[in-house]
Design a protein around this ligand. Sequence first.
Ligand SMILES: [Zn+2]
Length: 242
Amino acid sequence: MQIDIAAYKRIVVLTGAGVSVASSLRPYRGPGGVWEEHDVARLGHADALIERPRDTWDLFGGMREHVLAARPNAAHVALARWEASLRSEQEFLLITQNVDGLHQQAGSRNVCEIHGNIMYTRCSNFDCTLERFRDTAAHQDHVPTCTLCGQTLRPDIVLFGEELPVRPSWVARRALSDCDLFLAIGTSGTVAPASNFAREAPHAGARTIYLDLEPMQERSPAFQEEYLGRAEELLPRLIGLD
Ligand SMILES: [Zn+2]
């Protein structure tokens, strides 16, 4: 059980919450998940940002301190080392659903954050020219407003009820439509957007691999191989970088 990583030219990896669990970041769902304490679907919904922005910051501002304290684990490091080991003719795109920035902290360079990054803040007004900026403040005492337009500032993440941002989705789909190796790690392969992404890779003729703690609840024909275990233990072995 080892992938000959030198044999592939266009590699796409999709990561989800399972990759960050070993960095002490809790997933939304499942045992110990944030959902057990917070009504994430309500507090983290796009409607809450408009009606009760304080709830938005209560939830996501509070997550910032956990993210600040978190460090990349062996799965993040293995992915960064994999990318660094590539020959010049090999392409590598890391698509992540995680908003913690731990891949970049580990050294990954070509990262496509389809759900944004919780450590950045931006204006909620789409017409505003304020650039997103790195922001470690939790803003749980009062809702911050934009210095340019006065509208509410928000964490730069995709809220429930919002579409995925156009550009990262486009980058992800373009890479998937032309990849020869696709790995989904720590993310349910049967739930969108992972399921949608996974469907594209077989069309490209790619080898498709699913790696997660739990088996797919409903086996997706998009994945040819399934490996079960902790990402931080399994991945370095699978790609021969342990
Ligand atoms: Zn603004």
